[in-house]
Design a protein around this ligand. Structure first.
Ligand code: PLP
Length: 385
C-alpha cells in the first residue's frame, strides 16, 4: 500500500517520464501469461469449467486486476476465502460471474451475502441452516455450494451430516445446491492412494445431491489427475504460472517476477562479521551488496545463508541473516563494474521460481507467494483480453 507522499512521488515520476522506484522492489505480473495458463488448464480438463481461486488477493498478486482480466478471457467462477474478499471483487466482475466464499459465512453475514448475490460454500449443518433461514426470510430461493468432507478432516459435511441435511424439512426448497465440492488432501502427490479413496467417497456422496455440479480438483489435481476434474475446477497456483507438481510441466507460462534494489556495495577483508549476530564471517576478501528487501517484505528470514539472488544470469548467494528490511548478497563473482547501487536483482524469475524457493525452504509454493508483502510495487504487464 502506498502512502500519500509515495503516491505523489510516483505521479511526479510519471510526469517527468522517468520511473522512480519508491518501494522495496517490484513484483511484476504478466496478465497475458495468467490468461494463457487459464487456457492451458482448460486444455488439460476440456470437459470442465475452469474456475479461478483468487483468495488472499489472488495469492498476494492483486485480485482487483487479475479477476477482471480472467473474466475478460471467459472465466465466470471465482473462489475467495472470505465474504470481505468477495465484496472487494464483485463490482469489477461481469453480472454473469459467480463468486464463491470457501470458508462459508460467519453467523449474521447471510443477509449481506444474499444481497450481493454471492454464493456461500456451506461447510457445516449450521451454515446450511442459516442460509435456508435467510432464503425463507426474504422469500427467495438462494444458490449455494455444499462442501463434503471426503477425507481431509478440514471443512465440509460427512456422510451422516449430509443425510441429516437432505432430510431437513424445506432445505432443498429454499437452497439451490448448484455445486457439491470437496478438497483433496494429497493432490500434489498424484500417486497417493488417498486420492482415489477421496474421489470414490466424493462420487458416492455427490450422487445423493442430484442436479448439482461436481468440483473436486485444485491446480495439482487438474494437471495431474484430470479424470478427477469434475464439472468445475478450482485452480489457483497454476494460473499464476507456478507448477503445482514436481514438474516441469511443459506449456505452463511463468507469470511473475520479483526484483529488489541494490542499496549499497562494499568490499570487506577476510574475517569480517556480516549482519545480525555475525552469523556469517567472511572467509576471504569479499564484495557484498546490501539489498532493499527483508523478511518484513515476505522475503523469508529462513533464506539467510542458503538462498541466492541473480544478476545477469549469475547466482549471488545470500550471506548472513536476512534482516527486517534488507539482506546481503555476495557479489564477488561478478565484476565491480557490472553492479552498482540502484541496480535491480532478480529474486524470482527466469533463474529462480517460487517452487525453487519453496523447495529450498521446505514449504509450499502457496506460502512463499502469499507471504510476499505489500511493500512491493505490483506492476502488471501483458495484454488482458
Ligand atoms: C486454495 C484452494 C484451492 C486452490 O488451490 P491451488 O493449489 O492454488 O490450485 C482450491 N480449492 C480449495 C478448497 C482451496 O482452499
Amino acid at each position: 500500500m502506498l502512502t500519500e507522499p509515495a503516491v505523489r512521488l510516483n505521479e511526479m515520476a510519471d510526469r517527468i517520464g522517468s520511473s522512480v522506484q519508491v518501494e522495496a522492489g517490484v513484483l511484476s505480473i504478466d496478465l497475458s501469461a495468467v490468461i494463457a495458463n487459464y487456457r492451458f488448464v482448460q486444455m488439460k480438463a476440456p470437459a470442465a469449467r475452469i474456475g479461478a481461486v483468487v483468495k488472499a488477493d489472488a495469492y498476494g498478486l492483486g485480485a482487483r486486476t487479475i479477476a477482471p482480466a480472467l473474466a475478460g478471457a471467459g472465466c465466470r467462477d471465482f473462489f475467495v476465502a472470505h465474504l470481505a474478499e468477495a465484496l472487494e471483487l464483485v463490482s469489477g466482475l461481469p453480472e454473469s460471474a459467480r463468486l464463491y466464499v470457501l470458508n462459508g459465512l460467519a453467523p449474521g453475514m447471510e443477509g449481506l451475502c444474499a444481497q450481493a448475490g454471492i454464493f456461500p460454500v456451506l461447510n457445516t449443518l449450521e451454515q446450511a441452516r442459516h442460509w435456508q433461514r435467510q432464503a425463507a426470510e426474504i422469500g427467495q430461493k438462494l444458490p449455494a455450494v455444499l462442501q463434503l468432507d471426503t477425507g481431509m478432516s478440514r471443512l465440509g459435511l460427512g456422510v451422516n451430516d449430509l443425510e441429516t441435511l437432505l432430510r431437513q424439512p424445506g432445505f432443498l426448497d429454499w437452497v439451490d445446491l448448484r455445486v457439491v465440492m470437496s478438497h483433496l488432501a494429497c493432490a500434489d502427490m498424484p500417486d497417493a492412494p488417498a486420492n482415489a479413496d477421496q474421489a470414490k467417497r466424493f462420487a458416492e456422496m455427490a450422487i445423493r445431491v442430484p442436479g448439482a455440479q461436481r468440483s473436486l480438483a485444485n491446480s495439482a489435481a487438474a494437471m495431474g489427475m484430470s479424470d478427477h476434474a469434475g464439472d468445475l475446477v478450482r485452480s489457483g497456483l497454476v494460473l499464476y504460472g507456478i507448477d503445482p507438481l514436481p514438474g516441469p510441466t511443459k506449456g505452463l507460462r511463468p507469470a511473475i517476477a520479483l526484483s529488489a534494489r541494490v542499496i549499497q556495495i562494499r568490499t570487506v577483508p577476510a574475517g569480517v562479521g556480516v549482519g545480525y549476530d555475525h552469523d556469517y564471517v567472511t572467509p576471504s576478501p569479499r564484495r557484498l551488496a546490501t539489498l532493499s528487501v527483508g523478511y518484513a517484505d515476505g522475503w523469508p528470514r529462513a533464506l539467510g545463508g542458503k538462498g541466492a539472488v541473480w544478476l545477469n544470469g549469475v547466482s549471488l548467494p545470500l550471506v548472513g541473516r536476512v534482516s527486517m528490511d534488507t539482506c546481503t548478497a555476495d557479489v564477488t563473482e561478478i565484476s565491480a563494474e557490472s553492479i552498482e547501487p540502484g541496480d535491480m536483482v532478480e529474486l524470482i524469475g527466469q533463474h529462480q521460481s517460487v517452487s525453487d524457493l519453496a523447495t529450498l525452504l521446505d514449504t509450499a509454493p502457496h506460502a512463499v507467494l502469499t507471504g510476499l508483502g505489500k511493500r512491493f510495487e505490483r506492476r502488471f504487464t501483458g495484454q488482458a483480453q
